[in-house]
Ligand binder design. Structure first.
Ligand SMILES: *Cc1c(COP(=O)(O)O)cnc(C)c1O
Length: 402
């Protein structure tokens, strides 16, 4: 075990220094403020919850948590393991326990641990009977649960009519369960500017909430809106927002950005939290006619000064961006030439103002001077979305708070 950890350290040691991610804590707090503003209401404010799944969208669970913990009302994760890591962090840092909710699948054993840790769990699949049995066998404290209504995403959750037997089961297990909330999740708010389908989902959600009330459920916390709906569909805000991508300063989509301006009268200014930088390994000048990289897909039409950076698709820089990507060097856009490789990219720095430097810094995501490369732009080169770009930056790439 200790040998394995040592080898891991050596294995990643040099690569870890090759590129790194910077996390801007002030940008995180700024974005919390933007959603707090949206959550403001004349009577009582909507609660602000943040989604830290996927290692806080690749930003690093603990760095992000330590910045936002005291500024949000609740935290959502997918796994029981992450929820327990949050409880551990709170104990170590002598912080009060926040509301933490596990959105994903858990085993019966994990459910017992969640009950003991005072973490809530979303019931969205058929594990509940096994969970109830395990909770009783362990004489665990009551597990807080929220019920997931499937209103049209067809992922987890129960259709409105399936809530009747579900509620009977929950009520029959009141010795070990405490039902606190009801939720749903949208299918396509960020993909469209016409929210007809989302409004249908809201109507089904309200029908589900009403069904539960008719069955005698107490007043439950209702939550449905992720980032996009929080921004562009005020009727979906209910009691709590579940903000993921927006916390990290990224827009769910360009459609959402356009709609937000229409709905809110102005475009909220989100500040990107993550920058990804890399220091070059080699700088040299290639002759006219030289081929660059695997497949000889690029050929220099003139003498070309190149910088080789020790970062590639192993680290999460998408190979599909080959032939389209640029990075920032010295505040200028410089093309990535040839193919993105496993551990390298090659950048044309002929027109960057680098003098005779033996090493330069590249910004793969983030800003340098006046120029900016957004995660959404990198995503467009790779036919994907910013969510995938940031969550796929390798876990071995160090995250540093700045
Ligand atoms: C991921 C997720 C969110 C957050 O979505 P964003 O678009 O990143 O804001 C909210 N709720 C559920 C259930 C999710 O899975």
């Amino acid at each position: 075990m200790s040998t394995g950890m040592h080898l891991t350290k050596i294995g990643f040691g040099s690569a870890a220094e090759a590129s790194w991610v910077e996390i801007d804590a002030s940008a995180l707090l700024h974005n919390v403020g933007v959603f707090r503003q949206l959550a403001r209401r004349e009577d009582d404010d909507v609660r602000l919850g943040v989604v830290l799944k996927g290692d806080a969208y690749g930003h690093g669970l603990l760095p992000v948590l330590s910045s936002v913990h005291e500024h949000v009302d609740c935290v959502y994760v997918i796994t029981a393991q992450d929820a327990l890591a949050i409880r551990h962090f709170e104990r170590e840092a002598h912080l009060a326990a926040r509301d933490v909710l596990v959105l994903g699948a858990v085993s019966a054993t994990e459910a017992v641990l969640l009950a003991e840790a005072g973490v809530a769990w979303v019931v969205g699949d058929a594990t509940l009977p096994a969970v109830i049995t395990a909770l009783r066998a362990a004489s665990a404290p009551r597990l807080q649960v929220h019920l997931h209504v499937d209103t049209g995403l067809s992922r987890e959750g129960f259709l409105p009519h399936e809530l009747v037997p579900l509620w009977q089961l929950v009520r029959s297990a009141e010795d070990v369960l405490h039902c606190k909330g009801v939720l749903s999740h949208f299918a396509n708010v960020e993909d469209v500017t016409d929210q007809a389908y989302a409004r249908q989902q809201v109507a089904r959600f309200e029908q589900g909430v009403q069904t539960l009330a008719q069955l005698g459920a107490p007043r439950l916390e209702r939550h449905m809106a992720a980032s996009a709906a929080s921004l562009v569909l005020p009727s979906s805000r209910f009691d709590t927002l579940r903000v993921g991508i927006g916390l990290y300063g990224l827009w769910p989509s360009s459609e959402t950005r356009l709609s937000a301006r229409v709905v809110l009268g102005e475009t909220p200014q989100l500040r990107p939290v993550l920058s990804w930088r890399c220091r070059s390994q080699v700088i040299r000048t290639l002759e006219q006619g030289a081929y660059v990289g695997y497949g000889c897909t690029y050929r220099c039409t003139e003498p070309t000064r190149i910088a080789v950076f020790p970062v590639g698709y192993f680290d999460g820089y998408p190979r599909l961006s080959s032939g389209r990507a640029h990075v920032l060097v010295g505040g200028r856009r410089c093309a990535v030439i040839g193919r993105v490789m496993m551990n390298h990219i090659i950048v044309d720095v002929t027109h960057a103002d680098i003098g005779d430097a033996s090493s330069v810094l590249a910004t793969l995501i983030g800003s340098d001077g006046e120029e900016q490369v957004g995660a959404d732009v990198v995503a467009s080169w790779a036919d994907t979305i910013s969510y995938e770009i940031v969550t796929r930056i390798g876990a071995h790439v160090p995250r540093r708070a700045v």
